[in-house]
Design a protein around this ligand. Structure first.
Ligand code: ARG
Length: 508
């Protein structure tokens, strides 16, 4: 007697083995010890095989654990596919109606009860098809005509990226809003700007906050480019060569809200460029949030102290009673590495793949979902922290005085006809002398000024202030109050335009 039963009994065995997963669905997967994979139900492709698949291997390769996140998109794609099959004369109107009813029931059930999205299926596509057949019988067995999971997963993933990009943009816009609010409430307050983490020149606090907003603005736009790249309809590609049925991709594109149809079935069934584009956009947005986070960590610490962290977003120490730590921003900074890792991982998976679908491509999803969750979580955290920061006017003004006005002193001499290089040398010498004496520009008498250079007049003290320094700037991207007001206005108009695109109202 053979050790392994023949196909008919194998199927019976597998069906008997199929068990339902526990109902925990939608929560984060444990990061340390994953649960033992569940046994997998009879695969869609079991007919070709003589012996039962190794159940542990099958379970190991199953993706339903994570691709159930594509459930809505899978049903959406299948509803359109059934219509396309009916238009092509592959399904009767009655069969198409039955399929539609079945899929709508499955969708409603999945929305009502997240625990429904569980089972021993290989992937979300197998789950939906099994549920459909269980509900409507024979007609359900016709849905997969002319389609492959290769073009099915492609349409699911494109639908997913297209619908999730706006949610990610919304989260980033929350940070932009918090930055704009800080810029507005800062008025004409000044703070030091830094290069090499050394005091450089005074800037408006508003100018500083808007700098971070500009980076996030590029992220929002970059994500929009990703959404447009994902906006191509791949059904009709089949497994690789196309479909033998006269389905109309243009109809499917219109029905699913895609603006175009893919051009090549070989390319389309293994193209994940839009996922890598998403991961790049997400990684870069995290890089920007990490730089904001680092600034907040520094500027709210004792050594800088320009801003005060709200108690509500700070954490204490189990040992040191005085500590008020900026944990949320440290976590934003720390999580950036993980999102960069997801981009690197996908690129490494894609490089060297032979053309056409390979199972390696199943590795595209967990990184995508993780990057999305990480970015949204980090953006919401950063928005909360920035929104609740208080400006310490005294410390920021104090930080913006002293030797970081040296460039303005040199420019004063330039205004009196001294070549800039000579002025730079004179003022450099002044800084050296004054530092040795423990003094600064502010304490010099008119005679002392003239001692350093005869062109220093009695009016030189007019340039030795942070407010004079910012007002002296003349370029549109500068920290001059007029320029910053214009920049703020332009950013506000951009923000309002995105509020119209995404819904919800833009603050001011
Ligand atoms: N779970 C698979 C994935 O995510 C679906 C496509 C399977 N296609 C195949 N030929 N095995 O890529």
């Amino acid at each position: 007697m053979p050790l392994l039963p023949r196909f008919a009994s194998t199927r019976a065995l597998l069906v008997a083995l199929a068990v339902s997963l526990p109902s925990a669905v939608g929560g984060a997967q444990p990061t340390t010890r994953p649960p033992a994979p569940p046994p997998v139900a009879t695969p869609l492709w079991a007919g070709r095989f003589d012996v039962a698949p190794d159940s542990a291997l099958l379970a190991w390769g199953a993706s339903f654990r994570f691709d159930r996140r594509l459930f809505e998109d899978d049903v959406t794609g299948s509803l359109a596919w059934a219509e396309a099959l009916a238009r092509a004369g592959v399904l009767s109107a009655a069969e198409a109606a039955q399929i539609r009813g079945g899929l709508e029931g499955i969708l409603a059930e999945g929305r009502r009860n997240p625990a429904f999205l569980a089972g021993a299926d290989e992937d979300v596509h197998s789950f939906v098809e099994r549920q459909l057949i269980a509900r409507i019988g024979e007609a359900g067995r016709r849905l997969h005509t002319g389609r492959s999971r290769n073009d099915q997963v492609a349409v699911d993933l494109r639908l997913y990226v297209r619908r999730r990009v706006p949610a990610v943009q919304q989260a980033l816009l929350q940070v932009v809003d918090a930055l704009l609010a800080q810029a507005d409430s800062a008025g004409d307050a000044v703070m030091p700007s830094y290069t090499h983490v050394r005091r450089a020149q005074p800037v408006l606090v508003a100018h500083y906050w808007l700098a971070h907003a500009q980076a996030l603005r590029r992220d929002v736009e970059r994500l929009d480019a990703v959404r447009r790249e994902a906006d191509a309809m791949p059904l009709g590609s089949g497994a690789i060569a196309g479909s033998n049925y006269a389905v109309e991709p243009a109809f499917l594109a219109a029905r699913l809200g895609f603006s175009r149809v893919v051009a090549n079935s070989i390319d389309a069934t293994s193209d994940r460029d839009y996922v890598s584009g998403f991961l790049h956009a997400a990684a870069l947005a995290m890089v920007h949030l990490s730089r904001l986070a680092e600034d907040v960590v520094l500027f709210t610490g004792e050594e800088f102290g320009y801003f005060v962290l709200s108690d509500a977003v700070a954490t204490g120490s189990s040992l040191m009673p005085q500590k008020k730590n900026p944990d949320p921003m440290e976590l934003v900074r720390g999580k950036t590495g993980r999102t960069i890792g997801q981009l690197t991982a996908l690129l490494a998976t894609l490089q060297g793949l032979p053309s056409g679908y390979s199972k390696d491509l199943q590795e595209d999803k967990e990184g995508l979902f993780d990057a999305e969750d990480t970015l949204i979580g980090s953006a919401v955290a950063a928005a909360t922290v920035v929104r609740t920061l208080a400006l310490d006017l005294g410390r920021s003004a104090q930080g913006a005085s002293g030797f970081l006005l040296a460039t303005d002193v040199a420019d004063y001499l330039v205004g009196r006809g001294v070549p800039f290089r000579s002025a730079h040398e004179v003022v450099g010498g002044m800084v050296l002398t004054l530092m040795r004496e423990g003094r600064s520009f502010e304490g010099l008498s008119p005679a002392e000024w003239r001692g350093f250079h005869p062109q220093f007049g009695d009016d030189v003290m007019r340039v030795v202030s942070a407010q004079a320094s910012v007002r002296a700037k003349k370029t549109p991207q500068s920290t001059a109050p007029e320029a910053v007001r214009a920049q703020r206005g332009e950013l506000g108009a951009w923000r309002a335009a995105w509020a119209r695109v995404l819904g919800g109202s833009a603050p001011r």
